[in-house]
Design a protein around this ligand. Structure first.
Ligand code: NAP
Length: 258
């Protein structure tokens, strides 16, 4: 299966690097005007083919991933219209704010199109990726989901849910970092060096996620296990709620959706 990736920046480059590690033996070709981006990919994964020519990139491609900035999507797709009509690849667009249906219109051809939203953890193959589909078959849906599950987790959603998904995962990764930063700062006030505090917080979060997954439980069930009546944890939780912890998180998520 040949996968053509147009744009070797943050997301396109990370996707190429992640898929290059797959055992499925994808043929990967990446196109970008920037030689430095292409050289960096080639040096790390010599099997990745690189080019400056978007048309050459999609020649014989089964799947084309469009990973350019949203304001360049129309121009880039306009430049490869004939090639797309000839090659008929599945199209997966990363462009934020442009729906699968809109991308389909920009291709000018009757192609199966996905709007794909990964988060920055795609660079370490731990993305939460949302996929919405336009004129695709269940087989194509499964193909896209299994491909992006090699780079973390992936979920098929309606386009209307993309904003909520992005708030929780794309913006949400920043909110998770902010929690980590706050906890580390609290640790410093309690007498821990920042590096020590960060190591503790990172492992604590890994443990929390592992417990939820292993027990298939709700967070509140796990909280009940550590809140001794009259104990320190319930006092800490109540102090956080008194400062608006839950409502601050929900307000932040609501503010992240247009
Ligand atoms: N970053 C995120 O967290 C995130 C999350 C979800 C979705 N997205 C979406 O992912 C897409 C890519 O974002 P990014 O952060 O990876 O952007 P980026 O780092 O700027 O990468 C885009 C790449 O496309 C190249 N490019 C420009 N014009 C091109 C053309 N005509 N043909 C081929 N390549 C071209 C750029 O080269 P030059 O640098 O030389 O211009 C650059 O290397 C965006 O649409 C964004 O909305 C991003």
């Amino acid at each position: 299966m040949k996968i053509a990736i147009i744009g070797a920046g943050n997301m396109g480059g990370a996707t190429a690097r992640g898929l290059a590690q797959s055992e499925k033996g994808y043929r990967l070709m990446v196109s970008d005007p920037c030689q430095t981006n292409l050289d960096a990919l080639k040096e790390q994964y010599p099997a990745i083919e690189v080019t400056h020519d978007n048309k050459a990139c999609i020649e014989g491609a089964d799947l084309m991933i469009l990973a350019v900035k949203p304001w360049l999507a129309a121009e880039v797709l306009g430049g490869i219209k004939e090639a797309l009509a000839k090659e008929k690849p599945i199209v997966a667009s990363f462009a934020a704010g442009i729906s699968a249906q809109e991308i389909a219109q920009l291709t000018g051809a009757d192609l199966p199109v996905f709007h794909v939203t990964p988060n920055t953890a795609i660079a370490v193959r731990q993305s939460m990726t949302f996929v919405s589909a336009w004129h695709t078959t269940p087989e194509q849906d499964n193909l896209l989901l299994s491909l992006f599950r090699e780079l973390g987790d992936a979920m098929l959603i309606q386009e209307a849910q993309m904003g909520a998904g992005m708030a929780l995962a794309s913006c949400g990764i920043a909110y998770a970092f902010r929690y980590i930063r706050a906890a580390v700062e609290g640790g410093v006030e309690l007498g821990l060096y920042p590096g020590v505090g960060q190591r503790i917080v990172q492992q604590t979060l890994r443990g929390a996620v592992a417990l939820l997954e292993a027990n298939e439980s709700h967070p509140e069930q796990e909280i009940d296990k550590v809140t001794t009546p009259g104990g320190f944890t319930i006092r800490g939780l109540n102090a956080m709620e008194d400062k608006g912890f839950t409502s601050a998180v929900i307000a932040g998520l609501r503010a992240s959706v247009k």
